[in-house]
Design a protein around this ligand. Structure first.
Ligand code: P6P
Length: 312
């Protein structure tokens, strides 16, 4: 049975503990005070859900005193933060989206936590912004937690992708999906929000027209990145969040959405592109930088790049 070896064991176990705590809250949100939003907006102008704050607090509080972390960054916080002086500083950087897709909470649609782990590269004791702004190819680990019909923990440390399912009767994640790979040949499924069709570049429109003309594609779109990616990983296909008018770099954030998803995709035998280049090669210039995302079976990501290149 594959398991995190050596240094990552403690860190991944801590993230798994945070996932269990968040899962418990997600699974009875309708019966608690956690439903709805806080009435505030985050730095991206998005309404903050109560559960966003809870999940963000849990991730920080579980991790920052472990002595494994030098600094952290979150979708919910405008700036990165070094581990407090009261705690020992460690060798790893954890960047995360505590609850991606949180607008789906109130309608009981699957949501997720996404995390990216880098090694510290700066010389300062408690981490610097440069420790966060590393290309995805330098990640040492990446993964997500899917709060769906069951809670799953899916991660890679560069030795394949492995999925664990939470057994509530044990309170433990149990290996259920060993060595996850995109099926080949893939199911012909494309996943995109077609409401934005008129805002896309011509090449993107022609790509979707082509997939429809083929007559053998289905369209599936949940509107929650972790759920849409998880389905794509298990069944095959391609997930796309392209750029468009009003969103020149797309909507999804590089550091805590696209880069970890891209590492998982590569480890599962597929790939992730911005439409022009491999996501893992993009060198971030800011914490909340956005990039377009095309991820799934390599042949379908290649096809997307061909259509987008024709236009250029
Ligand atoms: P749209 C959720 O808000 C999210 O960040 C991702 O989880 C999801 O893939 C995307 O936005 C959905 O965006 O524009 O289709 O609602």
């Amino acid at each position: 049975m594959p398991k995190a070896t050596g240094v990552f064991t403690g860190l991944l176990n801590d993230i798994a503990l945070a996932a269990k705590i968040i899962s418990r809250e997600v699974n009875h949100v309708g019966l608690s005070e956690m439903l709805g939003d806080t009435g505030e907006e985050n730095s991206h102008g998005e309404r903050v859900q109560k559960l966003d704050i809870f999940a963000d607090d849990v991730m920080r509080q579980i991790l920052h005193h472990t002595g494994l972390i030098t600094c952290m960054a979150s979708e919910e916080k405008e700036f990165f933060w070094p581990v407090p002086d009261s705690f020992p500083s460690g060798e790893y950087v954890v960047i995360y989206d505590p609850l991606d897709g949180s607008s789906n909470i109130d309608v009981n649609v699957s949501i997720g936590t996404i995390f990216s782990i880098h090694s510290k590269i700066s010389s300062s004791e408690r981490g610097e912004l440069s420790d966060c702004l590393q290309a995805g190819k330098h990640q040492v680990a990446a993964g997500y937690v899917l709060y769906g019909s069951s809670t799953m923990f899916v991660y890679t440390i560069g030795r394949g992708v492995h999925g664990f399912t939470l057994d509530p009767s044990l309170g433990e994640f149990v290996l259920s999906h060993e060595s996850m790979c995109f099926p080949d040949p893939p199911r012909h499924v494309y996943s995109i929000n077609e409401a934005h069709y008129n805002s896309w570049k011509t090449g993107q429109q022609l790509l979707i027209d082509h997939l429809k003309d083929g007559g053998d594609f289905s369209s599936r779109y949940i509107g929650s990145l972790v759920a849409d990616f998880h389905r794509t990983l298990l069944q095959g296909g391609i997930f796309m969040y392209p750029s468009g008018k009003g969103a020149p770099e797309g909507k999804l954030r590089l550091l805590y959405e696209c880069s970890p998803i891209a590492m998982l995709a590569k480890q599962a035998g597929g790939r992730a592109s911005t439409g022009a280049r491999d996501v893992l090669e993009v060198i971030p210039d800011s914490l909340h930088q956005r990039v377009p995302l095309y991820v799934g079976n390599s042949e379908l990501v290649d096809l997307a790049e061909e259509f987008l290149a024709e236009e250029d």
